[in-house]
Design a protein around this ligand. Structure first.
Ligand code: GLY
Length: 404
């Protein structure tokens, strides 16, 4: 296909997907409102997080601190920005009121204050200038900054005692010294706070953390580990627990996608060329791996040949990261990243999309982690696959709200 024909075909695909998106999200917004969804039930409908295991603390209490709770308001703000339909804005504001509880739940909340509040309060503030939303965003940034470990120069990932059941499943050890690649997406909350307050403190912490991630998590070939364990008292390097991928030394595709998008965003906010170089290095690794599986990523790029397991969430996040990189390079280079993003989006839409407006969620094919004995967390609709799909489509249409 010549370049002109490929561009026309991409444009036609984009226009038709945008039309379907408006119908599907309108119906979802009417049904879901201020509930906070994560995945669908047997009936194809979302339920509120509080009515699921993801709304529970290890001791059986109720919490709204789950890292995925910002994606629904994030989607609503995207759709409000694109269409001007106030039903989206009102539902997003209602979810944000509920998320206020997270700011009083410091025992449960981890470093994902970025995901939670960039997509709710900060998106609200960016879109409407609401002062309460700004207050919540700044409070969340202060709580995130307070997770900084001075000796190890990193933001602690998860909360809780030294040893937790979750930590044991991820490889074991003292989680107080752990940081994970996903953290790169939380840093924009700190960059935002520095800009709002005209004070470099928050940004300095973000840059320091990003440099530590670059040093211990990204490998020279552009692949990544999920976790690095440092000694929380001395900051000394200990090891790299396996995390959510296949095993130690493998490359969990969603972790890879956080690296692509996260480092590109750190470049956007700081202008530090090394961050863009790292984003490109990780992007090239992802693109070359996806090219041999028809542009649909495996859960782990180094998983065994069988069983074949895919992850649509990694696909959507990578596509958004590629589009971000395309915005920071020259025109001829940008074509490579944009075309790769289109290939991923189109392949996954063809394989995983359900456009029936009576059913919640667009994309299935999401996987929470590689090792999943019950199968309940594999080949599922997962809310953030939809969020990043919508973000990518709206960005390509020139209608997105920048949320990071
Ligand atoms: N941030 C957690 C995950 O990507 O599963």
């Amino acid at each position: 296909m010549g370049e002109g024909t490929a561009n026309r075909s991409n444009q036609e695909w984009l226009d038709s997907v945008y039309d379907k998106l408006k119908v599907k999200l309108k119906a979802e917004c009417r049904r879901v409102g201020t509930d906070i969804p994560y995945t669908t039930g047997e009936d194809g409908r979302y339920r509120d997080i509080i009515d699921t295991a993801y709304g529970r603390t290890p001791d059986g209490g109720v919490t709204l601190a789950n890292w995925t709770n910002g994606f629904w308001p994030g989607m609503l703000w995207q759709m409000y920005h694109a269409t001007g339909d106030t039903a989206y804005r009102d539902a997003a504001a209602g979810v944000e009121e509920r998320l206020e509880a997270v700011l009083k739940d410091s025992e449960s909340v981890g470093h994902d204050l970025g995901f939670l509040f960039l997509q709710s309060s900060v998106a609200n503030y960016r879109e409407t200038g609401d002062k309460e939303a700004k207050r919540r965003g700044l409070l969340a940034a202060a709580e995130l900054a307070a997770r900084y470990n001075l000796k190890g120069e990193f933001l602690r990932a998860w909360s809780g005692p030294r040893e937790t059941e979750h930590g044991k499943r991820m490889g074991g050890g003292d989680i107080r010294g752990w940081m994970i690649i996903d953290s790169m997406m939380n840093l924009p909350l700190l960059y935002w706070a520095s800009r709002e307050l005209d004070d470099p403190r928050f940004s300095q912490i973000a840059v320091s953390h990003a440099k530590t991630v670059q040093r211990y998590i990204v490998r020279p070939d552009g692949s990544c580990n999920h976790i690095v364990a440092l000694d929380p008292d001395t900051g000394e390097y200990l090891n790299n627990p396996a995390g959510q991928g296949y095993g130690q030394g493998s490359s969990w595709s969603r972790g890879q996608s956080w690296a692509v998008y996260g480092f590109a965003l750190s470049f956007r906010h700081t202008g530090d060329q090394s961050f863009l170089d790292t984003a490109k290095q990780c992007a090239h690794y992802c693109v070359s791996n996806m090219a041999v599986t028809d542009w649909v990523p495996l859960v782990d790029y180094r998983q065994p040949a069988e069983p074949v397991k895919y992850d649509s969430t990694a696909a959507m996040i990578t596509a958004c990261g590629l589009l971000e990189i395309a915005g920071h390079v020259g025109e001829s280079e940008a074509r490579f990243y944009t075309e790769a993003a289109y290939r991923i989006l189109r392949a996954c839409e063809a394989k995983f999309a359900d456009w029936d407006p009576e059913r919640d969620s667009i994309l299935t094919g999401g996987a929470y982690f590689y090792h999943d004995p019950t199968g309940e967390n594999t080949d599922r609709p997962i809310i953030y696959a939809d969020y990043f799909f919508i973000e990518a489509v709206l960005r390509l249409k020139g209608k997105d709200l920048f949320e990071w």
